[in-house]
Design a protein around this ligand. Structure first.
Ligand SMILES: NC(=O)c1ccc[n+]([C@@H]2O[C@H](COP(=O)([O-])OP(=O)(O)OC[C@H]3O[C@@H](n4cnc5c(N)ncnc54)[C@H](OP(=O)(O)O)[C@@H]3O)[C@@H](O)[C@H]2O)c1
Length: 179
């Protein structure tokens, strides 16, 4: 089976995934405190076997109360040596390289569906044509400045709209096939 790469992100209506300093406090009001609504995340997560996350996103995830991915292989992308605490050592590996090489390497190791996460990371995988599916949850808020989801491209990238769902709190979620 061919390997697939997907991204699943929340962005402000003005296109940012986090404030300049990495803060995602503006998302707090949209996390359903009763946890009955997860905007399709669990369904998506069930389909991925490997997470590929940028070092900055990894460092943010490390500050969470619990490591949220104990049951998945996690690849942290970095040209440095990020700290990997003992409790997550078993399923975390640090790698570096061009997106297409990384995808090839992980496919050879048996991965079938990669979840690509992190702003710069998603941008570089998109630019390399290495992401096939993108789910974006548009949060009805403008934050004015921040880390953008999209960046410069060598050429236009067409997307095919697959579905759009709206939620009572105003979140509009669209899923696209890239290409
Ligand atoms: N709203 C959302 O849904 C959402 C989702 C995910 C993340 N976020 C937010 O996004 C922010 C982080 O995004 P970001 O754009 O700043 O950074 P990022 O993509 O998480 O991490 C960037 C870092 O990843 C490493 N990297 C990426 N590609 C690489 C490659 N091919 N080879 C080697 N290393 C590679 C580099 O690390 P080194 O510098 O160590 O070399 C680079 O500096 C966080 O604040 C997080 O909260 C939001």
């Amino acid at each position: 089976m061919a390997i697939k790469c997907s991204a699943f992100v929340a962005i402000s209506l003005d296109g940012y995934i986090a404030r300049r300093n990495g803060n995602i406090d503006w998302l707090d009001n949209y996390n359903d405190s009763s946890e009955t609504e997860d905007y399709g995340f669990k369904e998506f997560y069930k389909t991925v076997d490997t997470l590929v996350i940028g070092r900055k996103t990894y460092e943010l995830v490390l500050t969470f109360k619990e490591w949220p991915y104990p049951d998945r292989k996690v690849i942290v992308l970095s040209n440095g040596s990020p700290v990997v605490p003992n409790e997550v050592l078993r399923n975390v590996e640090v790698l570096a390289g061009p997106p297409s090489e990384l995808v090839k390497h992980l496919a050879a190791k048996g991965s079938q569906h990669l979840y690509i996460d992190g702003g710069k990371t998603i941008q570089s995988f998109l630019k390399a044509g290495a992401i096939q599916e993108l789910t974006i949850s548009h949060i009805p808020i403008l934050i004015g400045d921040g880390i953008p989801l999209f960046g410069k491209l060598e050429q236009d990238q067409k997307l095919t709209h697959l579905e759009t769902r709206t939620f009572p709190n105003g979140i509009v979620q669209s899923r696209y096939h890239i290409g």
